[in-house]
Design a binder for this molecule. Structure first.
Ligand code: ATR
Length: 265
């Protein structure tokens, strides 16, 4: 029997996840039925419940439903609890398990695919929503020197920083960013609307890496970073890595990511 999976979100039409999971299936020889599922903004719960009632085995969850996905599950992994959001739902012995593979996906892309060392580095994380929150604990585990969360709404960033209660972590508005940073990660959704972020050139260290979580198009953050001489990367590698971790959770097999990243790009 072919197990059924889907990515649930709104909007979800442009998601590359079906292509990625199909590639994992072909590579591992496991049959994959993976589709897109657009849930009405006010009906995530009913849509997800129906999917599982109809025999679905797992969901990838994307914007804006990650918090609701965590709330609906009977149990959650520690990393999903720490993130306060789930990007993965899996049916286990008749009960829904929530997981979050975004953080490990970002980490694998940075350290394994891009060869970046995070220990001792200064990380500037832009945004204080779900995408940002999900990657903070995995980043801190790599022992950076400092992590500053900057957000349009500075209070929201300060509250998120306080939540982690770690001397290396602070947060505030963009105007509160001090000094230069080795790794700048854009976890805001500004790239989706092509909005500029109020970043001064001094934020970028000489050999800075600018990581944009959005994938598929050049965002103003990437354009700015490149104009200042920074190396820029989009979120496609993170997308494939988080998907590989989902595939492992669902199927017990970890696919090779490099050929899939190359194929999707
Ligand atoms: P997600 O789960 O994608 O993080 P979210 O929780 O809605 O979604 O958070 C969106 C993030 O993008 C927030 O940090 C938001 O800033 P505010 O908290 O100040 O709203 C940020 N964001 C969205 N549009 C932005 C823009 N045009 N400029 C700067 N930040 C923006």
């Amino acid at each position: 029997m072919t197990l059924r999976f889907a990515v649930i979100g709104n909007p979800v039409a442009h998601s590359r996840s079906p292509q990625i999971h199909a590639a994992f299936g072909a590579q591992t020889g496991l049959a994959v039925d993976y589709t897109r599922l657009e849930a009405p903004l006010d009906a995530f719960l009913a849509t997800a419940r129906q999917f599982f009632a109809d025999g679905g085995s797992g969901l990838s969850v994307t914007v804006p439903f990650k918090a609701e996905a965590l709330a609906m599950a009977g149990s959650a992994t520690l990393r999903a609890q720490l993130a306060g959001a789930a990007n993965t739902l899996a049916l286990r012995d008749g009960e829904l398990l929530a997981d979050n593979t975004d953080g490990i996906g970002l980490l694998r892309d940075l350290t394994e695919n891009l060869g970046i060392t995070l220990g001792g580095r200064r990380i500037l994380l832009l945004g204080a929503g779900g995408a940002s929150r999900g990657v903070i604990a995995p980043l801190l585990a790599e022992q950076p020197e400092a992590l500053f969360i900057a957000n349009r709404n500075g209070d929201r960033a300060a509250a998120l920083a306080a939540h982690f209660a770690d001397a290396r972590v602070d947060g505030g508005g963009f105007e509160e960013i001090e000094g230069s940073w080795d790794l700048l990660i854009n976890a805001t959704s500004a790239g989706l609307s092509d909005s500029d972020l109020p970043l001064v050139p001094e934020c970028f260290a000489d050999d800075a890496l600018a990581y944009e979580m959005v994938y598929g198009h050049e965002t103003p953050f990437m354009t700015l970073a490149r104009s200042l001489g920074a190396r820029t990367v989009d979120g496609l590698g993170m997308l494939v890595e988080q998907a590989a971790e989902q595939f492992y959770l669902w199927r017990g097999v970890r696919p090779e990511t490099a050929p899939v990243i190359a194929a999707v790009r």
